[in-house]
Design a protein around this ligand. Structure first.
Ligand code: PLP
Length: 369
């Protein structure tokens, strides 16, 4: 039986073209910091990758620093750019929320902005929360559980009017929807390759020229003296190829994936009329559907679907093992029962129309079992 993977917000399958680039890169064994030919060859390759990534995201190559992924980028932005008072939202990824808790232990005040029933942060609430000692605002671009895309450009504009730095966790956005850094105006932006059909354990932090931030990892002088450690050459090359492909094909991908999303919702409503959806389609990640059926046992449903060959997730996959009630669903006003038992179905470029029909049929048979 062929399995159906519907958990693309947790991670995506690496594209064969990306794997090819990485396999070839494994023969580049030089250390990019070495002065000999082998080292300089590897250095040239990562600088070309940096150029590609900067071009796709619309920023300068010198503003991209490679990290080990979204979690490191978020930790860095929060822990090294913040002081005094920080503003974030209640629906951030744990990489941001746990970093804020750490800041609080060190005396930083943190305001967690509420969101409305669709998951939107209101620009008005940000304006009101800013104080003279606010150093950083960190609001995610696309939410990983319900897909809501926040009005980053507007929120960033408000922070800047008060002279405050703005970070966005764009891990779920980069590759999936258009991300134009200059247009957004942000100072810091986190991204991660495994969300756009690239390898795991590699990502980056965009650092606008002139942004005051200390380095997070100390050691060698790699990455403009900002992030010590020998670069993950294969990962960086794979990430650049993955982003190039994702952006080149973005229009078709969005139309394919949102077609699947609409089909999934329509078919579900026909078969299970009491189904409820979370989030807002007018500004959302095209592939994330978060749903609840009254009375459904989320964990049991997930396990039975897995046995039937379907991989999906309950809430935030990266942390689903340690949290039974979704903080995101609680923040949008869902009751505990709903916040505990909802499912996230996330579609990607490799999904087909048949996947949707077979999922709906398996899901309704699980619900009736
Ligand atoms: N931020 C968001 C919104 C995410 O969805 C994730 C991954 O699940 C992360 C951060 C962490 O990224 P990584 O898995 O690259 O550490």
């Amino acid at each position: 039986m062929e399995r159906v993977y519907l958990d693309n917000a947790a991670t995506t399958k690496i594209r064969p073209e990306v794997l090819d680039v990485m396999v070839r890169a494994y023969s580049e064994f030089g250390n990019p910091s070495s002065v000999h030919r082998e080292g300089q060859h590897a250095k040239k390759a990562i600088e070309e990758a940096r150029d590609i990534i900067a071009f796709q995201l619309n920023c300068d190559p010198s503003e991209i620093v490679f990290t080990s992924g979204g979690t490191e980028s978020d930790n860095w932005a929060l822990k090294c750019a913040a002081g005094g008072h920080v503003i974030t939202s209640k629906i951030e990824h744990p990489a941001v929320l746990r970093s804020c808790e750490m800041l609080e232990k060190h005396g930083v005040r943190v305001t967690y902005l509420p969101v409305d029933k669709h998951g939107f942060v209101s620009p008005d609430s940000l304006e009101k929360a800013l104080t003279p000692d606010t150093s950083l605002v960190s609001i995610m671009m696309a939410n990983n559980e319900i897909g809501t895309i926040e009005p980053i450009r507007e929120l960033c504009g408000i922070a800047h009017e008060h002279g405050v730095l703005f970070h966005t966790d764009a891990v779920q956005a980069v590759g999936s929807v258009s991300v134009d850094i200059r247009n957004l105006g942000v100072d810091l932006l986190s991204f991660s390759a495994h969300k756009f059909y690239g390898p795991k354990g590699i990502g980056g932090l965009y650092l606008k020229k002139g942004t005051e931030i200390s380095s997070f990892l100390n050691g060698g002088s790699q990455e403009f003296h900002m992030r010590a450690g020998t670069q993950n050459v294969q990962g960086i090359l794979g990430m650049a190829e993955a982003l190039r492909l994702a952006v080149d094909e973005q229009e078709e991908s969005i139309s394919h994936i949102s077609f699947l999303r609409d089909l999934l919702k329509k078919t579900l409503i026909e078969k299970i009329p009491q189904v409820l959806f979370h989030g807002d389609e007018s500004s959302a990640h095209p592939g994330i559907v978060n749903l609840y059926v009254p009375g459904m046992d989320g964990e049991k449903t997930l396990l039975l679907l897995d046995v039937k060959g379907f991989a999906c997730s309950g809430g935030a996959a990266c942390s689903s093992k340690d949290s039974s009630v979704s903080h995101v669903l609680t923040a949008i006003g869902a009751a505990d029962e709903e916040a505990k038992n909802s499912l996230r179905i996330s579609m990607g470029v490799f999904n087909k129309v048949e996947d949707i029909f077979s999922f709906v049929s398996a899901f309704s048979s699980v619900l009736n079992s």
